[in-house]
Ligand binder design. Structure first.
Ligand SMILES: NC(=O)C1=CN([C@@H]2O[C@H](COP(=O)(O)OP(=O)(O)OC[C@H]3O[C@@H](n4cnc5c(N)ncnc54)[C@H](O)[C@@H]3O)[C@@H](O)[C@H]2O)C=CC1
Ligand SMILES: O=C(O)[C@H]1O[C@H](OP(=O)(O)OP(=O)(O)OC[C@H]2O[C@@H](n3ccc(=O)[nH]c3=O)[C@H](O)[C@@H]2O)[C@H](O)[C@@H](O)[C@@H]1O
Length: 464
C-alpha cells in the first residue's frame, strides 16, 4: 500500500514540525495539516515564513521548501480527512482539569472528537496514526469509536509516538534515535498498515532505526521514555540541593557520574526545575494509570519525580526571598528568560511561571526579558494560574526588550532560561545599573561563578 495523501489533525508543536519534515522528505506525498485554530493556521500560511507560529531552529527553511508544493495548512478538517489515506492525530492531551482523574489523568476529549469526526467523514479505508502521547490502551477506545460507524470503512490504528524535543525539533526529526511504530502485528491488514508507515519514514530514516512493536508497547514506551528522562533531571536536582549544603559542585558531580558509560552524560544538567508541556503531564498520567491498576508502589515511585521538581522550583524562589533579607516586597527582580528551555518560544509549565508567581505573592515587582516569548504569552501564563487578577499581574509585571533594560535598578536578577545570549552579556555593565548589593541567581548554572563575583555580584547558582 503506497500512501499518497496524509492528513494531520493538530498544527501544534508536534504536528507542524513533524509534517513539515515528512513533506520535505517525501515530495511524492501530499501532506495537509489541519487545525481548528484559525489564527494558528493563518500564521503557518503567513507569506513571511519567519512568522510561522512555532519558533524552532531550521524550521522556517523546511517549511519554505515544502509549503505550497506538497505541504498545506488548512482549517478545512473534513476535506483533509476525506482525501487522506493516512491520518495522524496530533492534538493536545493535557492533564484533566475536572471530574474523575482531575489533575492526574490525560484529558482525551480532543482525541475522541477527532475519532468521531474521522468516523463521520470517512468513506474510504484509512490508517489512523496516534501521534499524540496517549495512555496505554487508548488505541482500543479509538478502535471502538471508529468501528461502530457502520459505514463499512476499514480503519487500522497505529501508534507512532513522537520523541522530538523542542528547540531541536528539526534535527531530532531528521536524525531520530528511533522511530517507533506500534500496530496490530497479528493481523495482515495491521502489518500492511505498519509497513505503509515504515515506507514513509524510510524516505530518510534507515531501517535499523525503525522499530515496530505491538500497539500497547508503543503507547507505553512513550510514557516510559519521558518518565526516565524527567527522572534523571529530578535525580540531579535532588543532588544539587545536597551539593549546596556540602560544598560539592553539581556540574562536577554530573560530569563524574555521567562519564560512567552505564549512566551516560546526557540529561544530567541541574536546573531550577524541568518544564515543558509533557514531562509533568505524562508522569502524572503514568501515576494515574498505575493507581488505576492498584499498583500503588509503582505510582508512588514515579510521583517522587514530580514532588522533587516542585520542590526545586519552590526552593529557588524561596532562596531569593531569604537572601534578599527575607523580604522582596516592593523590590524589583529581573527575570532573564521565560521559555521552559532555550531555543523555543514555548512556555508551558516553565519554571519561570511558578517562580514569578511565588515572588509576586511576596509582593515583588517583576521585570521579564525573553528573546522569543511575547508579552501576551507571559501575561496569559500568569493569568492562567488565577493567583491574582489580570490587572494586578499587569501592574506588578513588566516585560522589556533587552536583558540590560530588565536589570536597571533591580535588586536582583534571576536567570531562568539558558539562552546562549546570556553568556555574552556585559555583566559588568549590568552590575553597574543594578541596586547594591546586586544579587544574581543562576537557575541554570550557566554563568561563570568567579567572573560574576569579580563583577561584584552576590552570586548564587543552583547546585553550588
Ligand atoms: N510539544 C512537544 O514537544 C511534544 C508533544 N508531544 C505530544 O503531542 C501532542 C500534541 O502536542 P503539541 O503539538 O505540543 O500540542 P499543541 O497544543 O501545540 O497543538 C495541538 C493542536 O491541536 C489542535 N486541535 C485540538 N483539537 C482539534 C480538533 N478536534 N481538530 C483540529 N485541531 C484540533 C489545537 O487547536 C492545537 O493547535 C500531545 O499529546 C503531546 O503530549 C509529543 C512529543 C513532543
Ligand atoms: O514528549 C515530549 O513532549 C518531549 O519531552 C521532552 O522534550 P522537551 O520537553 O521539548 O525538552 P527537554 O529537552 O526534554 O527539556 C525538558 C525540560 O527539562 C529541563 N532539563 C533537561 C535536561 C537536563 O539535563 N536538565 C534539565 O533541567 C529543560 O530545561 C526543560 O525545562 C523529551 O526530551 C522529548 O523526547 C519528548 O518528545
Amino acid at each position: 500500500m503506497k500512501i499518497k495523501n496524509i492528513c494531520c489533525i493538530g498544527a501544534g508543536y508536534v504536528g507542524g514540525p513533524t509534517m513539515s519534515v515528512i513533506a520535505q522528505k517525501c515530495p511524492d506525498i501530499n501532506v495537509t495539516v489541519v487545525d481548528l485554530n484559525e489564527k494558528r493556521i493563518a500564521a503557518w500560511n503567513d507569506e513571511d515564513v519567519e512568522n510561522i507560529p512555532i519558533y524552532e531552529p531550521g524550521l522556517s527553511a523546511v517549511v519554505s521548501e515544502a509549503r505550497g508544493r506538497n505541504l498545506f495548512f488548512s482549517t478545512d478538517v473534513d476535506e483533509a480527512i476525506d482525501k487522506a489515506d493516512m491520518i495522524f492525530i496530533s492534538v493536545n492531551t493535557p492533564t484533566k482539569t475536572y471530574g474523575i482523574g482531575k489533575g492526574m489523568a490525560a484529558d482525551l476529549k480532543w482525541i475522541e472528537l477527532c475519532a468521531r469526526q474521522i468516523a463521520k467523514i470517512a468513506t474510504s479505508d484509512k490508517i489512523v496514526v496516534e501521534k499524540s502521547t496517549l495512555p496505554v490502551r487508548t488505541a482500543q477506545a479509538l478502535k471502538n469509536i471508529l468501528e461502530n460507524t457502520g459505514n463499512g470503512v476499514n480503519f487500522q490504528i497505529l501508534s507512532n509516538p513522537e520523541f522530538l524535543a523542542e528547540g531541536t525539533a528539526v534535527d531530532d526529526l531528521l536524525n531520530p534515535d528511533r522511530v517507533l511504530i506500534g500496530g496490530d502485528i497479528d493481523n495482515e491488514k495491521g502489518r500492511e498498515a505498519m509497513q505503509a508507515l515504515v515506507d514513509v519514514y524510510e524516505h530518510w530514516v534507515s531501517n535499523d532505526h525503525i522499530l515496530t512493536t505491538n500497539v500497547w508497547s508503543s503507547e507505553l514506551s512513550k510514557l516510559t521514555a519521558n518518565a526516565f528522562l524527567a527522572q534523571r533531571v529530578s535525580s540531579i536536582n535532588a543532588m544539587s540541593e545536597l551539593c549546596e549544603v556540602t560544598g560539592a559542585d553539581v556540574n562536577e558531580v554530573s560530569k563524574a557520574v555521567g562519564m560512567d558509560s552505564r549512566i551516560g552524560a546526557k540529561f544530567l544538567k541541574a536546573s531550577v526545575g524541568f518544564g515543558g508541556s509533557c514531562f509533568q503531564k505524562d508522569i502524572l498520567n503514568l501515576v494515574y494509570i498505575a493507581k488505576s491498576f492498584g499498583l500503588n508502589e509503582v505510582a508512588d515511585y514515579w510521583e517522587q519525580v514530580i514532588i522533587m521538581n516542585d520542590h526545586q522550583k519552590r526552593r529557588f524562589a524561596a532562596n531569593i526571598v531569604r537572601t534578599l533579607y527575607n523580604t522582596v516586597s516592593g523590590k524589583k527582580i529581573a527575570m532573564l528568560g521565560w521559555a521552559f528551555k532555550k531555543d523555543t518560544n514555548d512556555t508551558r509549565e516553565a519554571a519561570s511561571i511558578y517562580v514569578a508567581d511565588y515572588l509576586l505573592s511576596e509582593q515583588a515587582e517583576i521585570v521579564v526579558y525573553d528573546p522569543k516569548v511575547t508579552e501576551e504569552q507571559i501575561y496569559a501564563d500568569l493569568d492562567y494560574l488565577g493567583s491574582r487578577t489580570g490587572e494586578e499581574n499587569r501592574k506588578s509585571v513588566k516585560i522589556v526588550n533587552t536583558a540590560e533594560e530588565a536589570c536597571v535598578d533591580a535588586h536582583a536578577a534571576a536567570l531562568m532560561t539558558e539562552w546562549d545570549e546570556f553568556l555574552d552579556l556585559d555583566w559588568d555593565a549590568i552590575y553597574d545599573e543594578m541596586l547594591k548589593p546586586a544579587f544574581l541567581f543562576d537557575g541554570r548554572k550557566l554563568l561563570n561563578k568567579k567572573e560574576m563575583i569579580d563583577s561584584g555580584f552576590k552570586f548564587y547558582a543552583i547546585g553550588n
